[in-house]
Design a protein around this ligand. Structure first.
Ligand code: CO8
Length: 262
């Protein structure tokens, strides 16, 4: 499948190689529209099924991992549309179905859905330029792809509440201290570090690698699926509010939103 918004390549010298997926929609800060998410799902599943691939790396550009779901695409959505389409289980949940290890290599902004996609990876290695945030409330929404569930599991309730309720960003050093990322490296060393980690994984036995991933993930399951369903419904419901349209219209018009329900 030819990709419009992704660059895909294979790295490594050993029998098992690393599949690299790079989000490539730079003019829109890698905003995640339906096409991007369809392509991302297809690329991840293709590597997951490819027997020559032992590990997958997901990255963006040096300025931005992804600035969230595409606000221009969502601006006119309403509750009925997003609820009927279950916006959008079809492609936003694909990363969670990948059985091989996925490392997110984050430089620059990872915001909203971008931060959520990074958190869906098995671990995050960050450049010192990385900035993480869940600014959905500033456009009249709540996080809709796991931010309210995975972020507190990663950084604890206090920091998660702070980030979600104020929309403030966390820099790479704070993200490492808080446990959101596993390592921070200089920006110009990010891909070398991540591909080296991926290569190490490729050198291990695939069954134990895949089973280890399943086991660690079990530690975080429990009530997560309930939390995600609940979160999704709240996310859908906010498309029924005037404040969501105001928040998104204001963003696109580059003005300060005038929320009605303060
Ligand atoms: N969607 C659409 N376009 C975007 C987005 C976005 N999320 N982010 C940036 N852009 C566009 C801008 O509109 C701008 O376009 P143009 O050049 O045509 O005016 C271009 O990218 C460059 O952006 P800026 O000029 O704003 O660049 P800056 O360097 O000044 O700022 C930021 C970069 C800080 C990243 C800023 O663009 C920003 O704050 N972006 C929005 C971040 C945000 O609010 N993200 C959350 C979106 S909501 C969400 O992610 C919900 C996820 C739920 C998923 C659930 C699925 C089931």
């Amino acid at each position: 499948m030819p990709y419009e918004h992704l660059l895909v390549s294979v790295h490594g010298e050993g029998p098992l190689k690393t599949g690299l997926v790079q989000l490539n929609r730079p003019k829109q800060m890698n905003a995640l529209n339906d096409r991007v998410m369809d392509e991302l799902g297809a690329a991840l599943l293709a590597f997951d099924q490819d027997e020559s691939i032992g590990c997958i790396v997901l990255t963006g550009t040096d300025k931005v991992f992804a600035a969230g779901a595409d606000i221009a695409e969502m601006a006119d959505y309403d509750f009925i549309k997003v609820y009927k389409a279950n916006f959008i289980s079809r492609n936003w949940e694909t990363l969670g179905r990948v059985r091989k290890p996925v490392i997110a290599a984050v430089a620059g902004y990872a915001l909203g859905g971008g931060c959520e996609v990074a958190m869906m990876a098995d671990f995050i290695i960050a450049a010192d330029t990385a900035r993480f945030g869940q600014p959905e409330l500033t456009v009249g929404l709540v996080p809709g792809a796991g931010g309210t569930q995975r972020l507190p599991r990663a950084v604890g309730k206090a920091k998660a509440m702070d980030m979600v309720l104020t929309g403030r960003m966390m820099d790479a050093a704070e993200a490492e201290r808080a446990g959101l990322v596993s390592r921070v490296v200089a920006a110009d060393e990010l891909m070398q570090e991540v591909l080296s980690a991926a290569d190490t994984i490729c050198g291990l036995g695939m069954p134990s690698v895949m089973l280890a991933k399943e086991c660690v993930n079990r530690a975080f399951e429990g009530a997560l699926s309930e939390g995600l369903t609940y979160e999704r419904r709240m996310f859908h419901a906010l498309f029924g509010t005037e404040d969501q349209h105001e928040g998104m219209d204001a963003f696109l018009a580059k003005r300060t939103p005038q929320f009605k329900h303060r």
